[in-house]
Structures are given as structure tokens and as C-alpha cells.
Design a protein around this ligand. Sequence first.
Ligand SMILES: NC(=O)c1ccc[n+]([C@@H]2O[C@H](COP(=O)([O-])OP(=O)(O)OC[C@H]3O[C@@H](n4cnc5c(N)ncnc54)[C@H](OP(=O)(O)O)[C@@H]3O)[C@@H](O)[C@H]2O)c1
Length: 420
Amino acid sequence: MLHPEELSPVGFGCYRITNTPAHRQALAHAVKEGCNLFDTASTYTQGNAEKMAGELAQAFPQKKLFIISKAGYITPDLFKNNTRFKKKLLLADPLYAAGTPHSIHPDFLRLQLKRSLLRLNRRCLDAFLIHNPEKCYLPSVTTDEKNSSLRQAFAFLEEMVHKGKIRYYGISSNTLPLPEADNPLPPFAQLWRIATETSPDPAFRLLQFPFNFGETAAAISHGKSSLLQQAREQHIITLSNRPLNIYRHDGLIRLGAEFNDTSDTAADEKKVMQLLEAIHRQLQLLGITEDFPVVAAVKEYWNKLSDPQAVAALFTHQFFVFIRQLFGGRIPATVTQLMQEVFDSSNRHTRYNMAQRSRQFIADLIAQGRINATDLYPIAATACRHYLNTGIDHVLLGMRSVQYVDQVKTLFHRPIHANR
Ligand SMILES: NC(=O)c1ccc[n+]([C@@H]2O[C@H](COP(=O)([O-])OP(=O)(O)OC[C@H]3O[C@@H](n4cnc5c(N)ncnc54)[C@H](OP(=O)(O)O)[C@@H]3O)[C@@H](O)[C@H]2O)c1
């Protein structure tokens, strides 16, 4: 078993890892190059990411791997064949009963841990994290209720440590680094207090949160020492996630995004207009005169979206649903073809926008003196090195290809504190 101090500074993030040859090769290549830290979760690709991590460990029995998994999200499929459990959980967990699709109740964590161990084909998980617990807390939830839910969760996790089901536990949270006023989760000092009240020597050893060039809250002192300093004082291991996915008020910056658009914008626009005209004709045929915001949104934003999730949100989850309803499920072939073409061109323009925004962001980093113009390639390695030098113990990177692994492989070996 690996000691936490033996872990690779850069670890493999398994979000969006699927059972494909490319992803399998990337995982195997990372292990061969010395990566021993893998981060997954019960919700990643409906449990497939955990299965892939389990298979990876079996494929390399001679290598010691440290596997982290997480639980907290209640996905719709989970209770499909288990409505009795759902009813039981609704009675047991007041936060879930209040309407959040999330739970950190011991009953739920127990179920998820059991499923994760099965998928990973392990008797004991190296680390089990509560996944984004802030999502449990609707605005009406009181501080006492939050503390009580965390106390119950930590007590369960300590019990699992004593039973040999997990080695360490912790929290992965998107909001933990934020100032208290913006953070639905109790601050770290309070989490640590609850952990030490639960056990004099808690197995609470890991904190995971976003940290990147645009999201640096964990290194900032909000009136007291920074989250990184506080974690270090308690010998807590810090892991940053989303190193290349920088969320800003104006959308996502995907650091290192590359795309040279060769498409013809005028031709793409013509297809959008043809699709909107087909919709307009169908509305007229049905005698509908109402204006639909989703149609206006497509007309305005089809080539201005910030990331693929925004494309999916507008097209897959809204516009295409609207079109299906409009044609009563009998969409003419010409319209179906236009839908595909418009979707593809929107994705192309989005990827182009992402590449432009990334280039501009990197140019700004150089202008601000935050990175050196001579140290740019590959940007993923520059970024990871920078974050490690800022005081983060490990960076989790979604390196879903052999090429991505190659770009950061030198950071699998560097002694953790070497470059600070
Ligand atoms: N709340 C949480 O618990 C939480 C939240 C977020 C992330 N995480 C963990 O942190 C890990 C990392 O986060 P992430 O995967 O969302 O974001 P990321 O590591 O910042 O990667 C974002 C995307 O960048 C691309 N990429 C990867 N390596 C690259 C390289 N060398 N050069 C250029 N592009 C590269 C990949 O997209 P393409 O393959 O499409 O090119 C990847 O999906 C996750 O896998 C997950 O384990 C946890």
C-alpha cells in the first residue's frame, strides 16, 4: 500500500473516462510512466470510470496505485430498481427529503462505498471523499443542520476506516476555498473541529478543490491563513482539480485548447437560417404566433458559446427537445439533417472560440508576469508545475490521451515538495 507521501505530484483525473481504447491506453501509459494517483467517483461515466480504474490496477499487479473515489451525487438511475431504499433514505436524511439530489447520509454513503468497492474490485479503498457536500445545503439549511450532517458522515467514515473498508477520507468541494460568505459549506476550521471531535486522530487526510490560474481562492488569506496553509498545519493533503478548466463569470477558459477553424461562417449561418425558417413554417402551419426564447437564443448565440457543455445545454437539452415537440416526433429528414449540421457547426465555432480565449488568457498571464513566455510548451505541464509551486500537494489532470500523459509525465516523479 502506498503511503500518501509517495504519491505522484500530478495524478490522473478520471472524470469523463470511458471504456474506449484511447482512454485505456492513456491510463496504462500513465501507470507505465510512474503515475500512481488516480481520482474517480461513483458518478463519473455512470460508474465506468471506477471500473476502468479497477481494471487498471488488475492489469498492473506489480504497481502500487492509490485510488480515490467519491460519493454524494444521487443520479436518477440509482434508485430505479431500489425504490425501497429511496423511501428509507427520504425518511432518514432530512436534507435529501428537502429536495436536493444529493446526500452524505451514512446510509447513502454505505451503499455507494459498497458499489464503488465492487466496481473497483477492491476490499479497501485508499481514500473515500464526500463529493461536493455543499450541494446538500439548500439556503434554508441551518449551520447546526450542516454540522450535524457532517458529524454523522465523518463518524461513518471513521467506522469504515476501523473496519478496513477505507484508509483515509476527506472532502472534495467546489466551494471550500471561497470566503465564508460565499461558501455554503462550513469553513475548513469547522470541518477539522468536527473531525477531531469524531476521533482524536482522524483519518480525515484529503481535501480536493478547484485551483488554477483563474481560481486561486485556496491560496488567498480571507482574513486568516489561506486554506492551503490551514490544511498544511493539520497535515492534510491538498489536491487541485480542473487545472485546465478555468471557470470565470464570462464562461469557461480551457487552457491549452487548440483548434484551427477552417469552416465557412457564411455557409454555417445559412444553415442556421434554413433551420429557423423550417421551424417558422411549422409554427405557421400550427397557427402558433408566440415567440419562443429558445429560438431567439439559437439565432443569437449559435456561434458565440463558450464551451461544449453550453452547446449541449442549448441544443441537446432545449432546442432539439422543442423541435421534437413541434413536429410531434415526426421530424422531416431535411430538418433532421439541418439539426445535425447546425449542431456540428456550433460545436466547431465553440472550439474555435475556446482556442482564441485560451490564447488570449495565456498572453495575459505572460503580460502579468505570472508565466514565462519561454516556458509555454506544453501549457498543461507549465500550469501543473506552477500550481505545485504555489503550495498544492497534487494536481489532478484529466489526461485522456497518451499525448496528454506524455506532456506531464516528468511531473509523476518529482519529489512532492522539491520545487517550492
Ligand atoms: N468536485 C470534484 O470532485 C471535481 C471537480 C472537477 C474535477 N475533479 C477531478 O479533477 C480531475 C481533473 O479535472 P477535469 O478533468 O475536469 O479538468 P482538467 O484536468 O482541467 O482537464 C480539462 C480537459 O482538458 C483537456 N486536456 C487534458 N490534458 C491536456 C493537455 N495536456 N493539453 C491540452 N488539453 C488537455 C481534456 O479534454 P479533451 O480530452 O476533451 O481534450 C480534459 O478533459 C477530474 O478528472 C476529476 O478527477 C473533481
